[in-house]
Design a protein around this ligand. Structure first.
Ligand code: SF4
Ligand code: SF4
Length: 135
């Protein structure tokens, strides 16, 4: 999306560069990043050629039209009637559906398990009762 050292508005949170799915016109963010995002810096590794490298990468205008930017993303400012995506879905709590969605998004099994364990550990550290939604 818009992660680049050169972008003035972008805060480089990386949240628009997660993989997403749409159900009944509602966009849902998943906990899996685009493989081209550096998870440490939250910068795109292929920014200059992102549209060639990743045909699913959206321009700012398309991203706004499709509602993929979080509500607090600076690019949404001034966009009347903007409908932000659902970001804080308990993705792994979806059970088998989570696996199906991940498969459709071509998330590897390794990545799926890594993120699931990571989220479960975070939930435990925060004193939550998240059971990682073992599908
Ligand atoms: S290619 Fe991926 S990481 Fe790069 S801007 Fe597009 S969605 Fe983000
Ligand atoms: S959500 Fe907005 S601020 Fe965050 S990386 Fe994307 S464009 Fe930048």
């Amino acid at each position: 999306m818009a992660t680049s050292e050169g972008e003035d508005l972008c805060r480089r949170c990386g949240r628009c560069c997660c993989r997403k799915f749409v159900i009944r016109d509602i966009v849902y963010h998943t906990p899996f990043f685009c493989p081209h995002l550096n998870p440490e810096t939250r910068l795109c590794r292929v920014y200059e050629h992102r549209f060639e490298v990743n045909p699913q990468c959206l321009s700012v205008n398309l991203g706004l039209a499709r509602g993929v930017f979080p509500a607090d993303c600076p690019y949404t400012a001034g966009s009347e009637d903007y409908r932000a995506p659902v970001e804080h879905l308990d993705f792994f709590g979806l059970g088998k559906l989570a696996r199906q969605i991940a498969e459709e998004l071509e998330v590897s099994e390794e990545e799926f398990e890594r993120v699931r364990r990571e989220q479960a550990a975070t939930a435990r550290a925060q004193g939550g009762t998240h059971d990682a939604g073992q599908p």
